[in-house]
Design a protein around this ligand. Structure first.
Ligand code: ATP
Ligand code: MG
Length: 330
């Protein structure tokens, strides 16, 4: 035991990590990894709730996400990176939680509703509907105090707190009620200017994108539709690129806004500035990623992280079973 408070976060291995993950959650994870005992869960079982037919892609995504973490600045000597399906106690805890979690609470969860629509699910699968319960188990098994996430996860965190409180009331107060920490930008919009930037929606700038990819994506992003000629006055409030300037280019924000409104800076020049700023942010990540190119190094990091996480999970489950009085043969 280090005596530090714990953090738990994670991502579904459904593709590479993007700028939304970075500002929504990763920045906080990197910033807090020294101060907190940090666990980063690669939620492969949760990925199957929407990608059950694509199991063969999971392994590559697990490695992709691991190298994204390391590139973004997570230090494997400080943060424990682990794989959800290998920590089997999580599924046991989720089963216990599911006994007293009403189905209607899950059905009315706004994120579940939005994601069901996004994936075109009409008849909800049992696993999909229940993933917030499993996520509550992810958090509770590590006794996490703080969970840094984007806005879409807030309803899930409220449920996790409720489930933990109920467990502690019903049995014995052995679990920790987690606090949510929403990132500097709780919802980064995608390049389409409509939905949140998402791995599954083809509207993302990835942390692994090279300068030329970034430029092509930014160049094609939707701007102010009312602006046809460079000299037309622009409306930054409806422009996706301006949203990105707000997040990534604070120092030039005022001048860009003025020049856009006065028709002094054209969309191409404005986009060039934006691409430059994003590429500056990504450059040190590309350099760090080079150090972790070998699959063997990544495997060692995942194996060691998962081993450490399994120890914590086993010890929490001893307490859970004891609290529930289902600890047989002892
Ligand atoms: P998928 O489409 O497969 O669900 P995703 O892009 O939504 O992928 P997740 O793995 O579901 O990514 O989310 C991981 C974390 O990143 C969560 O904490 C989530 O809130 C945060 N996050 C994801 N997208 C954004 C975004 N556009 N802005 C801010 N935070 C985000
Ligand atoms: Mg998601």
């Amino acid at each position: 035991m280090t005596g530090k408070k714990r953090i738990l976060t994670g991502d579904r291995p459904t593709g590479a990590l993007h700028l939304g993950h970075y500002v929504g959650s990763l920045v906080n994870r990197v910033k807090l990894q020294e101060e907190y005992d940090s666990y980063i869960l690669i939620a492969d079982v949760q990925a199957l709730t929407t990608h059950w037919e694509q199991g063969e892609d999971l392994e590559n995504s697990v490695y992709q996400i691991t190298s994204d973490y390391l590139a973004a600045g997570l230090d494997p000597n400080q943060a424990t990176i682990c794989i959800q399906s290998k920590i089997t106690e999580i599924h046991e805890l989720a089963a216990y939680f599911s006994m007293y979690t009403p189905v209607n609470v899950l059905r009315h969860n706004p994120t579940i509703k939005a994601e069901a629509q996004q994936h075109g699910f009409k008849d909800l699968m049992y696993g999909f509907l229940g993933y917030p319960v499993s996520q509550a188990a992810d958090i509770a098994i590590f006794k996490a105090h703080v969970v840094p996430v984007g806005e879409d996860q807030v309803p899930h965190l409220e449920l996790a707190r409720r489930i933990v409180r109920r467990f502690n009331d019903l049995y014995k107060p052995v679990l920790v009620e987690p606090e949510v920490l929403v990132g500097q930008v709780s919802r980064l919009v995608g390049l389409d200017g409509k939905a949140k930037m998402s791995k599954s929606l083809n509207n993302a700038i990835f942390l692994s994108d090279k300068p030329e990819d970034v430029w092509q994506k930014v160049r094609n992003a939707v701007t102010d539709p009312a602006r046809i000629h460079k000299t037309d006055p622009g409306h930054p409030e409806v422009c996706t690129i301006f949203e990105y300037h707000k997040v990534f280019n604070n120092s030039e924000l005022e001048s860009i806004e003025q020049e856009c409104r006065q028709g002094k800076i054209g969309c191409v020049a404005c986009k060039k500035r934006q691409a430059q700023v994003i590429n500056q942010l990504l450059e040190p990540m590309h350099e760090r990623r080079e150090q972790y190119k070998s699959r063997d190094i990544l495997t060692d990091i995942l194996r060691e992280g998962t081993r450490r996480a399994q120890e914590v999970a086993r010890s929490t489950m001893e307490e859970v079973r004891e609290a529930m009085k289902i600890q047989y043969f002892k």
